[in-house]
Each structure stands twice: as C-alpha cells, then as structure tokens.
Write a protein that binds this ligand. Structure first.
Ligand SMILES: Nc1ncnc2c1ncn2[C@@H]1O[C@H](COP(=O)(O)OP(=O)(O)OP(=O)(O)O)[C@@H](O)[C@H]1O
Ligand SMILES: O=C(O)[C@H](O)CO
Length: 505
C-alpha cells in the first residue's frame, strides 16, 4: 500500500470509530420494565411518563436511529434537524444503520445547506421549540446534539431576521473569528441557543447527549450550547463585535436585541433539570487512527487534538515538523540544522498557543524514535482562515495546499530533507465536508507544487484567492482531493502525516 492509501485508511478508521450509532450504543441503555430508567454513562434517569427526543447537527441522524432502537415504545415523538441531503448521501453510501426505520416516530427535517441557516432549518427549530414548550414535569426530553447544530437550530430573537443573523455570522467567520467567538455572538442573538432550549423544556427532565466538535469540549459552545448554562454575557458579545470592527455596522434589529439583553450570563439560572453528557470527540477518533497506524508498522505519535490558529501558521508548524523527521531519517537529527528547526517549532507553537500542547516534550519523544520505522504523526482540531479572496475552498484544503507549498520551498533549500523522504500529508473534516465544497479535504506531497506548475497551475495564485478547491479539482483531475460524501458524524478535522525514508534504488 502507498502512503496515500495508508493515510486514507487511517482517516476512514478514525471516522468509522466515531460513527454516531456506535457512540450512542456505548453510552445509553434503557433498563427495567415497570419503572424504566434511562442509563447514560452510569447515570440513571427515571422515565416517569413520556419520553421525547429532539436533535440537531451533522451526526444526529445516526444518533437518532440508534436512540430509537434503544428507547423502543417508550419514545412518544421526536423531531430532528439534519443537513440537507444527508439521508440520500447515507443511503447512497449503503449506511442503512444511520437511517431511521420506515415507521419511525421521529420526524426528520433537512436544511442548512452548506452549514448556513435557512428557512427549512428555521421551520425545524420552530417545531422543536413547540415540542419543548409543551412538556411537563413527568416528561423526559432526550436531546441529541452534534457539530453543525448552530446552523440547524436557528431562532433569531425578534425583530432580528434570519438573513441578518446569517450575514453577521458569515462576516465574523470570513474575518477569522473562531467557533467560540462565533457562538458567543450567536447565543446572544438567539432564543434557543445559550441554554434557551433547556429553559423552554422546564420542568421536564432534559438529558443531552453531545458529540463534541469543539476543542476542549465546552458544553456552552458546542452547537452554541442550547441546553447548557452560558458563561457569557452581552458584554462578551460586544467585545467580539468590536474586535472584528462590526459594532458600528449592525442592523437596527441586532442593536435593539443587544441593548435589551440581560447583562448577566444565564449561568445564574436554575439548570438542575438538565444533564449534559459528552459521548464522543476527536480524541476517540485519533486514538483509533493511532492504533491502526501502529498496526501498519508506523512509529505513531499524536501531536494534539486541539490544533487551532490561523491556517498559514499551522501549515508552517507542520512543514517544520516534517522537516525535523526527515532530518532524523537523514541522520541529521542532531546538529545545528535540527536545532534551528526545533527552535522555529517552539516559537511557532508559542505563537499558536495550542491548548495543552507540550511541544518540547513531543519533540523529545520524536527525537527518541529510531530511523528504522516509518513515522506517523496524527493531529486533530480546527484552524481558522481569514478569507482574502473570492475563491472556493475549505480550511483543510487550504492547509494541505499551504503545507504542499512549504515542503516545495524547503526542497529548494541547500540541505533538502524532504527530498530524501517519501511524505504524504492529509487534512480532512470528519464530517466529510470542508467549507462549502463537496470534498472532505485533500492530500499533498512535496512534489505537488512543481507538478502543478508543469500543468500551468500556480499554487500561490490559488492561495491568494482562497481557491484551494478549484486548485485541487483541476490538478491531476482531482486526484489529491478527498471526497467521501457526508459521513454522518462530526468530530472536527484530522491531519495525518506519513513519512518514510526513500528506498535507494
Ligand atoms: N474559500 C475558502 N477557503 C478556505 N476556507 C474557507 C473558504 N470558504 C469558507 N472557508 C472556511 O470554511 C469554514 C466553514 O466550513 P464548515 O461549514 O465546514 O465549518 P465547520 O466548522 O466544519 O462547521 P461546524 O463546526 O458547524 O460543523 C470557515 O471556517 C471558513 O473560514
Ligand atoms: O454548530 C456549531 O456551532 C459548531 O459545529 C460547533 O459545535
């Protein structure tokens, strides 16, 4: 198998292990006939009378299918909002276990094309709101939440219009706001986010099962925390709008809502009827990829499950890491060149401030790996892209293109470690959709940029226009694109770097 096939296999293994049904089955059980109890990760919730289900997010269809199997006749009714086209995509991919049965009690509403809220998602949100409002103290509401839930549960506070909220979110995202910043703003302008759904469902017992797609698994940021007490206030929102220079350009409706928002976070309110439980995250996916990579004979290290920061900086970090591994393969792991690369890496990591990353320790472990075995470095997280151009792309494809360019440039240097190694880099979204494109991500190698030039494709020009998808679609007939279709799950992005010494002929 080629390195590329290995990388693809690792990605698929990682995604396979965080299939929603699997995670739900691991976490949830229904026990007892007379007075049944819902058992979630060791916690018991009595089912006093009726059990309802709502859900929203990219992984929720499979979660709901598994939940319905477990809940059986105890489930009275459910409504889920899932991405447009997901049922067809999963059906086409033969993933029947992710689909609801023909006479399901769960109503499915598809919407939010390209992860943007739309009237269909709004209709679903209204239906979920109505269901929550009608509950009593004897009811239990099971809430299934996954990434993409923010766009799939839009409920702007009147008089804000859906388009106004969408435009503001888009402006923030295009200027490089991270998901925390985006969702603090979304929470302030929404009825159901920031704990709103849980408040409406009171006095029913609310149990939320959450598949995390946010670094550090913060309950009040994932899908904008519809059932979590918010630790943010309107001041936090105003600060973010100020940071991105948007405060003086707001629609009147947004100004009205901001000026009448409570100044305290909702955390002070009573959430004793709510229990939020994380049932899966990027860590699970990377652990499985590591297991598989070791099985393939790689010395495997997980760099971090919290990779974040501006995509160009993250690309530099990966290029320098690859360079360091190649220096090791070339028996140049000790010496001034390696020391310089290590120094660059430490500085880059300090600038990126990746939570929990102890790069010095990681580099020490890397140093101790012998040159006998190929190396696999795995990472997960979510970068941010500051859009400058009008091209089509996503953060994974942009990252792969930037890493390709960095490796190409490194090859041109005097000591050319990447030239002595075989290298494949893959970055892809576990949800199968990278930005508004049909690809999950892309592969790159150190040869890619030179080969593209021979096809008349100028990588730097594509990058200037944030046009990574167009580049990868045109280059070698799309061979470097990873197209999986919607996977039905979502635990952020994954990077795999595979390196082995070049065979001497
Ligand atoms: N032309 C482009 N080039 C690079 N990145 C882009 C481009 N257009 C959009 N993006 C990036 O794509 C991201 C949005 O993609 P997507 O909808 O897949 O987000 P997501 O974070 O995976 O969604 P969620 O977390 O809600 O599941 C934004 O970060 C945005 O900056
Ligand atoms: O939906 C969202 O807000 C993002 O996917 C983060 O959870």
């Amino acid at each position: 198998m080629s390195l590329r096939e290995h990388a693809l296999f690792l990605f698929r293994s990682a995604v396979g292990t965080v299939q929603p049904a699997l995670m739900l089955q691991r976490a949830v059980k229904l026990q007892g006939d007379g007075c049944p109890q819902l058992l979630v990760k060791g916690r018991a919730f009595p089912v006093k009378r009726d059990l309802y289900l709502v859900g929203f997010g990219k992984a929720v269809l499979g979660m709901a299918a598994a939940a319905e199997e477990i809940l059986g006749d105890h489930l009275v009714r459910g409504i889920i909002n899932v991405p447009l086209g997901i049922q067809e995509s999963l059906q086409r991919a033969g993933m029947r276990e992710m689909l609801l049965k023909p006479h399901s009690k769960i109503q499915v509403i598809e919407g939010a094309k390209n992860n943007l809220p739309d009237p269909a998602a709004l209709k679903g949100a209204v239906a979920i709101q109505e269901l929550a409002e009608g509950l009593t103290a004897d009811d239990l509401l099971l809430v299934l939440i996954s990434g993409g839930g923010s766009a799939l549960l839009p409920a702007p506070i009147p008089p804000i219009l859906l388009e106004e909220k969408e435009k503001l979110t888009k402006m923030l995202a295009s200027q490089g706001a991270d998901i925390r910043e985006l969702n603090i703003v979304r929470k302030t302008l929404s009825l159901l986010k920031g704990g709103g759904l849980a408040r409406l469902a009171h006095p029913a017992q609310v149990v939320s099962l959450i598949l995390s797609d946010v670094i550090g698994d913060p309950l009040d940021i994932i899908a904008s925390g519809p059932t979590a007490a918010s630790s943010h206030s309107v001041q936090d929102c105003l600060q973010i709008l100020t940071k991105y220079n948007l405060l003086h350009n707001l629609p009147k409706s947004v100004e009205t809502v901001l000026s009448s928002s409570p100044t305290k976070p909702t955390a002070s309110e009573d959430y004793s009827h709510v229990c939020n439980i994380i049932i899966g995250s990027n860590t699970l996916a990377l652990d499985e990829a590591k297991r598989q990579a070791e099985g393939l004979g790689y010395a495997t290290l997980i760099l971090s499950t919290a990779i974040c920061g501006e995509v160009g900086h993250v690309a530099m970090l990966y290029c320098q890491l690859i360079q360091l591994v190649c220096l090791g393969f070339a028996s140049l792991g000790e010496g001034p060149l390696s020391d310089a690369v290590r120094g660059n890496l430490l500085q880059l990591a300090a600038e990126l401030a990746i939570p929990g990353l102890n790069l010095a320790e990681f580099l020490q472990t890397l140093r101790e790996l012998g040159p006998e075995r190929p190396v696999c470095i795995l990472a997960g997280g979510e970068t941010t892209v500051q859009l400058q151009g009008s091209g089509k792309g996503g953060r994974n494809q942009e990252l792969a293109l930037r890493v390709g360019l960095g490796l190409h440039r490194a090859q041109a240097t005097e000591v050319s470690p990447p030239g002595r190694c075989e290298i494949v880099f893959l970055s892809a979204g576990t949800d199968g959709q990278d930005g508004p494109t049909e690809a999950a991500g892309a592969f790159c190698s150190p040869q890619m940029v030179a080969e593209a030039l021979r096809e008349g494709l100028d990588v730097e020009a594509f990058l200037r226009n944030n046009d990574s998808y167009t580049f990868f679609s045109q280059f070698q007939g799309g061979h470097h694109l990873l197209v999986t279709g919607l996977t039905g799950t979502n635990v952020m992005d994954i990077q795999a770097i595979l390196i082995r010494a070049m065979k001497r002929s």
